[in-house]
Unconditional design. Sequence first.
Length: 201
Amino acid sequence: MSDYAIGDVQGCFEALQRLLSHIHFNEHSDRLWFVGDLVNRGPDSLAVLRFIKNLPLKPRITLGNHDLHLLSRLFCSHSSKINDDDTLEGVLCAPDAAELGHWLRKQSILFHDPALNIVICHAGIAPIWDLTQAKTYASELEQMLASDNHAIFLSSMYGNIPNHWVPDLSGMERLRIICKRSRRGGSWPRRPRRCRAGRAF
């Protein structure tokens, strides 16, 4: 069994398949670790989500800013941020859109495997936090996204207030800054420049 970490698939299903062929990936014995941004910008986010969701060996997944953006489009009737260069319509109009969205929102923000001594999250851990803090704060956000109140957070996810971390923040302001620090060290969203299927390690 081999483990492969792949970042920023961004809806590039064919490129992902070429990568997996290049590394001779065996879906029954090898595990994939996806380090955020499964969707958007590329031409086939729907195929990417369906493929990853149906892998026989459950993959490790951490969410990126584009994944969270998709969730806001799926679960908020009036999404506050719709970008002209989004390529999410295939997912939004799919008959299994809600099923995919509910599966996606229950994925990790940060994943730590002590046995392998590996931590994955999208774009790194904010330097103001140690690993214990990062795991604790990521867990708070994961619990909100997995809860019945996920749409409340997603509808208020965007914004620049607060613009710095204070440990005694509470409510949506606390979750918003945790999200920002977890995704871009405090400066996301940043638009990717090209479609690519990450790297395998």
